[in-house]
Design a binder for this molecule. Structure first.
Ligand SMILES: C[S@@+](CC[C@H](N)C(=O)[O-])C[C@H]1O[C@@H](n2cnc3c(N)ncnc32)[C@H](O)[C@@H]1O
Length: 273
């Protein structure tokens, strides 16, 4: 414990969501899960002071790190100057165009102990590059991992889980307590693995329509489908799809959402805005 982040004099910045990992056991466990190989294209988001980066570099793979805090990039360059396969880019990962870091032939393995305040929009941003991604390993607030991996009927089930599971196989790997970080966050964290499908197993006709249906359905999660989806689909149409209009959205699985989205795409209601 405490091996990293010492003697560097960097004050953790709350606005950048800086909670630095300092538990070597947790770092090793994450890297063992990733199992990086020397010919791989590893991309780390938010390397911080390089606790994970160092172990990734030891695998021999190339590591490109995307870090927003301009005070950290020189520290990282100095720390890893012995590793020619290390590169740090000073950029906001939320706006960064990841197409410059990978090709379909050399996809990225995305890794990050992500800033918790931006993790949901960042995951949606990263999903847009899924064709260039082999897999993703993220440390997130446990509550967000629960939402990503949630199944129908669970409290955590909602838009994030449905859309992530549409594009990716989602696996919650293990939990990490606050004491593994400096400063310690207030909440528990967890590691999630997202593996994008080459082709979604339940492909819908139009993802924009699926997104609209899912967003609308969960906008009022305590209401029944006949209410939440009334601007998109009629009760008769829901019944024709073998979906009970009286149930709440949290009971619908991905196949039902895809069925509704395909119907809505083929039969747009006139009052749809
Ligand atoms: C939770 S810390 C993790 C640091 C390090 N990976 C570790 O495990 O100790 C999050 C890191 O993401 C960086 N960060 C915050 N917002 C960012 C953004 N929009 N784009 C890229 N990096 C960001 C922070 O400066 C910080 O280094």
């Amino acid at each position: 414990m405490g091996r990293h982040n010492e003697n560097i004099g960097h004050q953790a910045r709350k606005r950048f969501g800086q909670n630095f990992l300092h538990d070597q056991g947790v770092i090793d466990r994450i890297v063992r899960s990733i199992n990086p190989k020397s010919d791989q294209n590893l991309v780390e988001i938010g390397p911080g002071l390089g606790a994970l980066t160092e172990e990734l570099l030891k695998s021999g793979g190339s590591v490109t790190a995307v870090e927003l805090d301009r005070d950290l990039t020189p520290i990282l360059r100095t720390k890893f100057f012995n590793y020619p396969q290390f590169n740090v880019i000073e950029a906001d990962a939320l706006k960064f165009d990841f197409t410059q870091l990978a090709t379909p032939e050399r996809p990225m393995r995305l890794i990050g102990n992500l800033p918790y305040n931006i993790s949901t929009p960042l995951i949606f941003h990263l999903l847009t590059f899924r064709g260039l991604v082999q897999d993703m390993y993220f440390m997130l607030q446990k509550e967000v991992v629960d939402r990503l991996a949630a199944k129908p009927g669970e409290d955590a089930y909602g838009r994030l889980g449905v859309m992530a599971q549409y594009y990716c196989k989602v696996e919650s790997l293990f939990n990490v307590g606050p004491g593994a970080f400096q400063p310690a966050p207030k909440v528990w964290s967890a590691i999630v693995r997202l593996t994008p499908y080459t082709e979604p197993p339940l492909a819908c006709k139009d993802v924009a329509t699926l997104t609209t249906v899912v967003r609308q359905a969960f906008a009022m999660r305590r209401k029944t489908l006949r209410n939440t989806l009334k601007q998109l689909i009629t009760v008769d149409a829901l019944q024709s799809l073998d979906i009970d209009p009286q149930i709440r959205p949290e009971r619908l699985g991905l196949p039902e959402f895809v069925r509704i989205a395909d119907y809505v795409y083929d039969h747009p209601l006139e009052n749809e805005s």
